[in-house]
Design a protein around this ligand. Structure first.
Ligand SMILES: O=C(O)CCC(=O)C(=O)O
Ligand SMILES: [Fe+2]
Length: 186
């Protein structure tokens, strides 16, 4: 990546947020889920997703209430909430993403419907998480390897000013992304 190397303020990385046994049982839970396609700008992505708590509609940019987080995933949400310093219930939306080999997520900032805290957990394959902000001579870049079982938190500028992306994953990867909402709902 070309640009000036700078670590985004508001990025936290935590290796080994879950242990091997927990990863195995989480992967068994995730393997049993039905995943749905992601269609953005008329294109179907190779990664597939499942959402709990609230469903984000990639066409209308709206959040609507959805089925509750399965009990088997509540423990890990608590761990992610502790890492981010928020209440588990504040992480009202959970996105499970299944990345088959060579799938990606392109450059984006998470939607404004979501709140100031985003927490991610990686399972299965390692991958790179890339960051960029500004363009031309001012372009700032950063790259982090996400190991399996690691967690990350995006707050502040890392959440709202920097874009992030994941280049082709070498092998099957799952992520759990826990997000707050911009305005709390009942
Ligand atoms: O898979 C990940 O860790 C990142 C997912 C992501 O950036 C997103 O869904 O907005
Ligand atoms: Fe994202």
């Amino acid at each position: 990546m070309r640009g000036i190397h700078e670590r985004p303020v508001g990025l936290t990385y935590q290796p080994d947020l879950v242990d091997d046994d927990e990863e195995r049982s989480l992967l068994a839970t995730l393997d049993a889920l039905d995943f749905h396609e992601v269609r953005m700008h008329g294109q179907i992505a190779r990664r597939t997703v499942r959402q709990f708590g609230y469903t984000y509609d990639y066409g209308s940019f709206q959040l609507t209430a959805a089925e509750a987080l399965p009990v088997a995933l509540c423990g890990v949400r608590e761990r992610c909430a502790a890492l981010a310093g928020v209440d588990p219930e504040a992480l009202a939306q959970t996105l499970v993403t299944r990345y088959p080999p060579d799938s990606v997520i392109g450059w984006h900032r998470d939607a404004p419907a979501f709140g100031p805290t985003v927490v991610g957990l990686s399972l299965g394959s390692a991958c790179l998480l890339r960051f960029q902000r500004s363009t031309g001579e001012n372009r700032r870049v950063y790259e982090l390897e996400l190991s399996p079982r690691s967690g990350y938190v995006l707050t502040g500028a890392a959440r709202s000013a920097w874009q992030h992306s994941i280049p082709p994953v070498p092998a099957l990867r799952y992520s759990l992304t826990f997000r707050t909402l911009r305005s709390p709902r009942s």
